[in-house]
Design a protein around this ligand. Structure first.
Ligand code: SF4
Ligand code: SF4
Length: 445
């Protein structure tokens, strides 16, 4: 049975104005606009959320859960991305925000930054003890993971097989509550408070395994107003749990690398820079680098499309939070190392490639179609005007060959066709007029 393909966005055709801003910003050319309505080519989408951010009519909706879906659980736990702590006033400490999550309806809230710190220690152990391919690449931005599956399948083996902080946190939070309350795993809902729609894809199609310990996501932007209202209700500040550790720095570019001891590590933010780096790795470069932290968003997760705070201000707040609470470890390093030795963090399955389909499954037909595509492309002006509803002349030629559009949609080709037709008409008229003239002259004689 074919696995269902989930993507992190949905286009509301009724609301779409056909302005093409999403088509122009999409880094993988996954959007087309025909008859003034945008549509998505699912196999090309990498869930980056750029189109969600850019659509001023709010016609592109992120795939997240709604609160009503969680009523089926007997007990709910909120797991906020560490980005959440950077969205409010500087004076509001992370522990208060965990309490505020309980005030807005969750039964409990579990700090994911602590799991990020534990994952950093596990990453360090893996880097120290494994000889495998270099550089190793972080798999924690789902967009980068998808980009590698689609465009750089040769690099799948460079993805480090250490479980993500959100999965570790959900597994631990559920395990503790199952013991404490005698509930089954299915009766407990673990909900990630997310900065981006891509995280939902990691839950619906988790890498290297069949089942995620998380049950849904809620956008930071969605719960922001209710959290603001809940904060003043937290009066017993002495009972607030202290959140600490270097995992608090994970939401910014360099946050993972800063928590590692390895020297040859680099951190990249922004999809286009990540594409350049992945191309370099594919071409055999950067082998002396041990680990590369890659984020699709230029400022990493503080710049996710479902956040509220200005990303530069949020970055500053993360740095302050780390300065204040980061120096004290969240858990004993030796304890985490022991868990690592017991495979607590290991991802055992394989990540499969999702390469873009060729023009035809039959290789000789595919070559034929490639030639036809090149012929069409040679006739096109290569100005990428977008009037045809495709982002570039090359994607337009591809669409024509795949039967998704017809060559007449290119205004330049149509004008050329009319020009040559009118040229032919003119020649024919001239020919006929010469004939008539000579007959008329013959008759006169
Ligand atoms: S989520 Fe990103 S890749 Fe997918 S359609 Fe939107 S801009 Fe393109
Ligand atoms: S960098 Fe972070 S917020 Fe942006 S797409 Fe990746 S995981 Fe989501």
């Amino acid at each position: 049975m074919m696995e269902e393909e989930f993507r992190s966005i949905r286009i509301e055709k009724e609301i779409c104005h056909g302005c093409m801003s999403c088509m122009r910003i999409c880094p993988t050319h996954a959007i087309r606009v025909h008859s003034n309505k945008a549509s998505l080519i699912k196999e090309l989408c990498i869930d980056c959320g750029e189109c969600v951010r850019t659509c001023e009519y709010k016609a592109i909706l992120p795939l997240t859960s709604s609160f009503s879906e969680f009523s089926k659980f007997k007990y709910t736990i909120a797991l906020p991305s560490p980005v959440f702590y950077s969205q409010f006033g500087k004076e509001i400490q992370p522990g208060i925000l965990l309490e505020a999550l309980k005030k807005i309806g969750f039964d409990d809230a579990y700090d994911v930054a602590c799991s990020s710190e534990a994952v950093s220690i596990a990453l360090q152990e893996y880097l120290d003890s494994n000889e495998g391919p270099r550089p190793l690449i972080s798999p924690y931005c789902p967009t980068i993971l998808r980009l590698i599956q689609v465009r750089y399948p040769n690099l799948l083996e460079n993805l480090i097989p250490i479980e993500s902080p959100m999965e570790i946190a959900a597994r631990e939070a559920k395990r503790k509550k199952m013991q404490e309350l005698g509930l089954s795993e299915k009766e407990i809902g673990a909900i990630y408070i997310t900065p981006c729609p891509a995280k939902m894809i990691s839950i619906l199609s988790p890498p290297r395994k069949k089942h995620s310990f998380l049950d849904g996501t809620i956008a930071i932007s969605e719960i922001y107003p209710s959290i603001l209202q809940a904060i003043p209700q937290i009066t017993t500040k002495n009972d607030v749990k202290e959140v600490r550790g270097l995992g608090l720095g994970w939401p910014i570019v360099g946050g993972q690398v800063a928590s590692l001891k390895a020297e040859e590590c680099i951190a990249i933010g922004g999809i286009n820079d990540c594409i350049r780096i992945l191309e370099d790795i594919e071409n055999g470069k950067l082998r002396d680098i041990q680990y590369i932290e890659c984020h699709s968003c230029p400022n990493a997760c503080v710049g996710g499309s479902l956040t509220i705070e200005n990303q530069y201000i949020a970055r500053g707040k993360v740095l302050k939070i780390v300065e204040k609470y980061g120096s004290q470890p969240c858990q004993e390093r030796e304890y985490i190392r022991e868990l690592y030795r017991r495979n607590f963090f290991s991802q055992l399955g394989k990540i499969s490639a999702s390469p873009i389909k060729p023009l035809d499954d039959d290789i000789s037909k595919a070559i034929q179609k490639m030639k036809q595509k090149q012929k069409i492309l040679d006739m096109l002006p290569k100005i990428d005007c977008g009037i045809c509803g495709a982002p570039t002349c090359e994607t337009f030629a591809d669409d024509v060959i795949k039967g998704l559009t017809c060559a007449d949609e290119c205004i330049i080709l149509t004008v050329k066709k009319f020009e040559s037709m009118s040229g032919n008409l003119f020649e024919t008229a001239q020919k006929h007029s010469r004939k008539i003239k000579s007959r008329w002259e013959d008759e006169k004689k």
